[in-house]
Structure formats: C-alpha cells, structure tokens
Ligand binder design. Sequence first.
Ligand code: TEU
Length: 561
Amino acid sequence: PNHFPWWADAVVYQIYPRSFADSTGDGVGDIGGIIQHLDHLVDLGVDVVWLSPVHQSPQFDNGYDISDYRRIDELFGTNEQYEELLGGLHERGIKLIMDLVVNHTSTEYPGFVESRSSRTSPRRDSYWWRDPRPGFAPGEPGAEPNNWRSFFGGSAWTFDEATGQYYLHLFTPQQPDLNWETPRVRERVYEMMNWWLDKGVDGFRMDVINFISKDPTLPDGVAEASGAWGDGSPHFVNGPRIHEFLQEMHRRVFAERSGDYLTVGETPGVTVEQARLYTDRRRQELDMVFQFEHVNLDQGPGGKFDYRGLSLADLKTSWNRWQRGLGETGWNSLYLSNHDQPRIVSRFGDETRYRYESATMWATLLHLQRGTPYVYQGEEIGMTGAGFTSIDQYRDVESLNYYDEALEQGINRTAVLESLRRMSRDNARTPMQWTAGPNAGFSENTPWIPMGASHPEVNVDADRAAEKSVFRYYQALIRLRHESKLVSLGEFHLLEPEHPVLFAFKRTYGDHALLVLGNVSGEDLEVPSDLESGELVLGNYADAGERSLLRPWEARILDIS
Ligand code: TEU
C-alpha cells in the first residue's frame, strides 16, 4: 500500500545556525538572522527545516556539547526568539525539527558536574566511569579502561583527578557519553523531548543515535592492523539494546501524539539490513536514518583524511543497494551535503569551470531517488569548499586535532593542509553567501570563520539573477517531487552499472516511468542508443541538446512512460 506518511514527498533544509545569517553584528549567525531569511526557504519550496543545535553550550564542538537542553544559548538568541522562529515557519507551512544530542552532554551539563563530584554521587551512573586498567598508574599511557579511540583523536577516556577514575567520551573530552543503561537517564531524555514537542517542535534529527547502547562490559576493540588504533566501534555502534531503547523512546514520546512528526536518526556505520530494522514502520523506531556508506567511499581504512578518490561504480553499487534494500520496507534519507561533509560540488563535481553543471547534475541524481532529500544551506546555490590555505583559518576541533596529530606523526604540513582543504568539516561551515556585499551579506562584522573563497562570485542574489541558476534548478527538482508520486514512491532500477562515467537509472510507478541520466565527467559522453528516447522533463543545460550525447556534467530526466 502506498499510504506513506506526509514526509514521503517532503524535502528538508538543514540550517547550521552559526553560519546562516548574523542579525546582531557579533559575526556569528543567530535565530534573528534565520527569521530574516524565511522567505528564502519559502521560495526554495522546502517543507521542513532541521536546525543544528542552538541550545546552551560552551561550544567545544559548535553546539554538539549541550549544557542546558531547555535554554537557547544567548549566542543564538532567546527561547522567545526560538518560539518566534517556530511560529514564523509554521505560518509559512514549514515544519521545524530539532537536533537531539543525547549520546553525550557537555561537561558543563549540571548532571555531569554532579556525577563527577564524587564516586558516591547519585548521578555517578548517568555517565561511564571506570578505574584505571589494573596494573597501571592513573594517567599512565595504557591505563585507560579500554582501547577505544575518540572520533576527534586520542583516547575515548579522560582521567578525572578528583575521583581517580576515567570517564568515556567518544568525541571531545568535553562531551561525556551518557549511560543509557541507567533508567533515569532515559527518563530525563524523554521528558525533555516531550517538553519541546509540547512547544510545537515537529520532530528530531538524532545525533549519533545508534551509539547510545554500549556493551556494558566496555570490552577492548580490535586493534586495527595499523597497531595501537583500538576500534571500539563493534561495541558501541548499533549496540545490544539500541532497538529496545528506540522503541521505548517512541512509546514514551510519540505513541500518544497525533501530530505529523519526523524523526531521522544519524547512524554512522549502519548497514542496509540494520536500517531496515530502524525504519520499518511496523517496528515504531525511526522514520529514516542518515547512512554513511556513500560519503565514506572516497576514503581508505585510515578514515576521512586517508583520501582515495571516488569510483563511480562503487557509488552506483552503494546507492543501488540502499534503494533496493529499503524499497519495500523502511525509508531512505537522501543527502550529499551537511555540516560534517565537504561541499559536494568541490568533492565530487567541478568547482571551477563546470560549477553550475556539476552542482545541478549531482542534485538531479540525488533528488530523483526514492527517499527524503536533505538540502544543506548553500547547496542550493552551488557553494564551494572553503579554499583555506592556512591552519589559522580553521575552527573545527576535528580538523585542528588532526593537524596536530598528523604533524606529530611526521606527515608534512603541505600534505596535511591538502587533506584539510579536501575533507575538513569547515568546508561546509563557512558563512552562507547571500549578496555581493561585505562578508556576502552574512554579517556586518568579521565572521567567526573566514568567508569561503567563492564568496565574491557565488551568492544567492547573483545565482537567482543568473541565466544558469542552481537555485532555480533546485526549485524545479523540489516541485517535481511535490507533483509526482513516481518521484516520491516509484521503484528504483539502476541501469548501465558498469559504465565508468554514466550514472543512469529508471523510476517506475504504475504505468509511468522516468529515465534519469547523469554525465559524471567533464567530457562529452556518448549515450547508449537505448537511452535516447522519451520526453524531456528537466535538464541542466539551457537547450535540450542531442539525445545521443551528454555534455560535461549534463543531467537529463526523460519521461519514458
Ligand atoms: O557527527 C557524528 C559523526 O559521525 C561525525 O564524527 C562524523 O563522522 C565526522 O564528523 C565526519 O568526519 C555528529 C555531528 O553531526 C557532528 O557535527 C558532531 O561533531 C558529532 O556528532 C558529535 O556530536
């Protein structure tokens, strides 16, 4: 039955608040700035906004370290302004989902302050505290309770002098992991979720939600072949009680409610099989998840800075597996950009000669799949990577830690800066480019992070006035999804799986069918003769061209019903 929920043909827009628009002149984006640009979202045609965290935070990880879950940080504004934003979006028919960061809190969260105050604190079991490894003196290398590593470098454990124990943090030492084994922890999370839903929030994007269940014995991970690197991920990714916890969350938060909500779990390391479990609507866990297979394809075993380049065949295989695997049961999110990923036009496209063509070609391949597309701020105008050349321009803790670690390991500075130029999260975090004015209209004062290199040329005003407008192309893609059940629900069929530069697939729904073609290269491409027919629905070149040829980065959608 195709009675899918409202989000089956919805498009979500992600706002990274500190880089969207600054209304107070302090160089940091804020809620007032978002309110000033709501009509940009209306024009684009999106249905939902996912707002990255604006809660009170010491900002060690740009707000993914929360110290008060019910208070908006003054850096971004007030609780009243948040309610004004919520009202402003709702009156425009746009929903707002909140970033839910509950795998960990900030070390400044009162519950952690209490937990660390003594071994007998009533909150001690809200986090993961462990003695030094037997036979080791506290603080001595190797004394950490296990060999898990933080995603941001170093051990996942920090020694706390006051109580002589270590606490677990999969991310920065300022982001201690909550212990979900403790019922009170879960209760507090559900209370907080209900508090925000009662205020009218329309759902949540759940930060690393598949990390919340750990193997409570916290066993050592398998030290990778490269030596000391302890990979604890088998013991905290998709852990033993994850489905139990998510089903309990659903019962305690959503089951009694009748509104139209959206939940999307960020689930690094998830497989198609696991995603079927997370998103099978009969299991009442999550509506959809962010998987990471396609955004890890250009990396080697050393992780994101071990750059290997993208093979199109791998991407076609991966996307086909996800489209087919969640074709009957479950649901896909569709994304190529977010605040953690390099900008797509610089990563997999051509940020110079064919910026418009490659941005719109990738958008076509993504938005014509079955699933819910996510548009990251700036993606709709083809914004490019930061183009930073000095470590002084970077702000992201992951990037700064990598720079120090890599230099310590003897990797030469040029290579490290090249890795950052390509893969740093700051590539997506340079300020949104609105106008040709100072700081591209983002702020009247010096922004918290340097403007991206493309800001003089690439901005909303210039793009929307241009002959070749990425924004107008995104409008067309989003309109197509809203108008066509085939686009939102049709079955996916990959074509030409072996072709090295042609990405071709079909979507079928009843007796309708669309053919989608993308030339993933900067050269002309001969189109296989059986893919020439059909009525042009949308293309990213001004004229229809020849059916036997795809021009550089050309995308073509044909009705072949
Ligand atoms: O990201 C989780 C996550 O998987 C990241 O470690 C990601 O793999 C990495 O950034 C890619 O290099 C979420 C948030 O999106 C991220 O911004 C936070 O830093 C992180 O969790 C901790 O909250």
